[in-house]
Design a protein around this ligand. Sequence first.
Ligand SMILES: *Cc1c(COP(=O)(O)O)cnc(C)c1O
Length: 388
Amino acid sequence: MLEGIVTWAEIDLDAVEFNVRAFKRHVGERVEVFAVVKANAYGHGAIPVARAVLEAGATRLAVHRAIEGVELRCAAPGVTAPILVMGYTPPSGAAMVVRHNLTPSVMTREFVEAVSAEASRAGKVIPVHVKVDTGMSRYGLMPGEVVDFCRAVSTLPGIRLEGLFTHFATADAASLTHTLWQLETFRRVMAAVESAGIHIPLCHAANSAATMKLTDTHLDAVRPGIALYGMNPSDEWPPTFEIRPALTLKSRVSRVRVLPPGAGISYGRTFVTDRETPVALVPLGYGDGYHRALSNKGSVLIRGQRAPIRGCVCMDQFVVDITGIKDVQQDDEVVIVGRQGQAEMRAEEVAQLAGTINYEVTTSILPRVARAYRRGGQVVGVTALGGE
Ligand SMILES: *Cc1c(COP(=O)(O)O)cnc(C)c1O
């Protein structure tokens, strides 16, 4: 199925499912797992990943924007599990939310009233989750505003107050002080709402890092993202249980040659050979989401060995030094992120070299890079530029 494709990402759906099951085991039967599949499932492909996580026992999906929920609903066949929209939806998005049975997060009267009106018109009841800002200074009501807001929401027709949630700013850090403080604040809000006679069945707070590190944050549900893809939520501590990387970014050598001494490589001649240098050309660049910051810094794997990037990463290609790697041929497989034989280049390492975090490495992978989905080692589907 990969004929004619030079640059692609392989997504191991078995690894994704393994990771979901690891989370389910870790949180136990009474806690729901909402799988976060925002930003095209962190670059892994929202639709196939959504199906896999639900198959493995996640009970709901979470995205940032309503339009991401619409994409999942419009897949063939459509995804039917509840989809939480964690970010802002403008009042003009109420019809979209109702039409596609999404679960919006709410923090303003205008929006929740617009949803209520649309839902009543459609004869539906739309569940909503109230977002609380406990210490991140982004989206969400201030703790002191929550009780009054929940009271107002509970009286609206066509609306069911189903959830209350917050998000941690530093759950990945070695020190849990700020997370514990946020949790304490959130628990006070939960108690205040309950004392006002309002029962909210789903209170949730934990991302991957908090779920792994602090079981007190599990509450009624957890919202892991990054770790479902087998990437470490923290660069300060290792995962607390085994997770498996799901993504391998691959390409093929498009040319092999030996450069003479004094040859400038790529735009700006930022690298000039000081000896005869065997090099290979790799057809991947920032037009595929590979960071230009990796110019003269990154490495790739060819024949199970590391080949360092020489010169600039261009929009479509870059050059690597293959000194000491035997028998490199045009069309040889190149691994940019992932394993090849005994060698490994993890997203975490690429991130460090590019001056960013693992989240950004996979989320940056653009639609020009085909996605090949694997189950039981076999490719079961390929998507390229939005088509199958
Ligand atoms: C992205 C996000 C998550 C998932 O975070 P990870 O660190 O990827 O586990 C959870 N909750 C909210 C509100 C988010 O925006």
